[in-house]
Design a protein around this ligand. Structure first.
Ligand SMILES: [Zn+2]
Length: 281
């Protein structure tokens, strides 16, 4: 694999030594499961260059920070919304919990004590309203919406189906808008609980659905999050990541650079000259 990677990088950046690879960063998605560590071992067996992995929210946060979307110092929360709802907090650009198995989750933050029972023993947990699966299930119960949007409704199409709903919501399709805004509203409530308790004033949202409808997400967060802070006399900044195609991939590459080239904090002002980071998700 090391040789294949070298060949691929040579094709992308043929000049000089610009194609040398430092290491590989792997962003571990939500729900990697019990077989995850074994799969990771198989994937990385025989690699001739070092690799490092971290959970997807932490990688999204690093990718967003590296791209200049987050403050250089202080606390910033990245909320990564995909199959699950992850939270990564950077302090001065460093993740508080970078390990693959230490993912902080918003999945079981309660948003409705009268809501449906959850496997955790609580009721009305966020993932029941705002995970990709919850959004798809709600869309499926909304008349012909799933059919009209061409949703595939398979396990492997969760993210792409959510993107289709978000895009329809963004262009004003009323049923899609109801479904999507309900999910973002639930996210706003959970993020408020988590960040106001910690005094975090900067929040970045990432994930396929969020990034497909940034204006609508921004409006909803303004109404249900930023306004609450303002009512209490605090200014907060909420934005949707614009790192494309995926902040997790950029963040995984940043993690590899941090680990194998410049141990310590990623610095936006000191790019690793001439080195092309290998990305993987
Ligand atoms: Zn729960």
């Amino acid at each position: 694999m090391g040789r294949a990677l070298h060949r691929a990088l040579t094709m992308i950046r043929p000049e000089g030594q610009a194609h040398s690879a430092t290491g590989i960063g792997l962003a571990i998605p939500h729900g990697f499961g019990d077989h995850g560590p074994e799969l990771l071992r198989e994937l990385t067996e025989g690699l001739e260059i070092p690799f490092i992995s971290a959970n997807a929210p932490a990688c999204a946060a690093l990718g967003s920070f590296w791209s200049g979307e987050q403050p250089e110092s202080g606390l910033c929360a990245t909320v990564h919304v995909d199959a699950g709802l992850g939270l990564a907090i950077l302090q001065d650009g460093r993740p508080l919990q970078p390990g693959p198995s230490s993912s902080a989750t918003l999945d079981h933050v309660g948003i409705d004590p009268e809501g449906p029972p959850c496997a955790c023993g609580g009721r009305g947990c966020l993932h029941q309203y705002a995970s990709a699966r919850a959004i798809i299930e709600r869309a499926s119960r909304t008349g012909d919406l799933a059919h009209d949007l061409g949703l595939r409704l398979t396990d492997s199409s969760l993210s792409s189906d959510v993107v289709l709903i978000a895009l329809a919501a963004a262009r004003g399709e009323p049923r899609a808008r109801d479904v999507f805004v309900a999910a973002v509203s639930a996210v706003a409530q959970a993020v408020w609980s988590a960040t106001s308790a910690l005094g975090i004033r900067a929040v970045v949202l990432s994930g396929p659905g969020m990034q497909a409808a940034p204006v609508l997400v921004g409006e909803t967060m303004d109404r249900l999050f930023t306004a609450r802070a303002r009512n209490l006399g605090a200014e907060v900044s909420v934005s949707v990541s614009q790192v494309q195609p995926h902040p997790c991939a950029v963040g995984a590459a940043v993690l590899a650079l941090q680990t194998f080239m410049t141990p310590g904090r990623a610095s936006r002002s000191e790019p690793a000259g001439g080195v092309f980071p290998a990305q993987a998700v």
